[in-house]
Design a protein around this ligand. Structure first.
Ligand SMILES: [Zn+2]
Length: 70
């Protein structure tokens, strides 16, 4: 068991996505949970990953896992 919790305060759901802020491109990358903890990454549960809000002027890039194309 190496499940990690959501990093949102007061949320105790299991994280399923990792958020990474790419400051140079003003982009927030949402991808599958990373294998290792990244220094600038934030682990989020499904609910918080889908209700994500980003700073004005930023864009969200969602990386989906290939192979589940239905
Ligand atoms: Zn959460």
């Amino acid at each position: 068991m190496n499940a990690r919790p959501c990093t949102k305060v007061a949320c105790h759901e299991e994280a399923v996505s990792t958020l990474t802020y790419v400051y140079a491109d003003s982009t927030v990358v949402v991808g599958p949970l990373s294998d290792r903890v990244e220094p600038h990454g934030y682990d989020l549960c499904a609910r918080h990953a889908s209700s994500l809000s980003v700073p004005q002027g930023w864009q969200v890039l969602r990386r989906v896992v290939l192979g589940h194309d239905n």
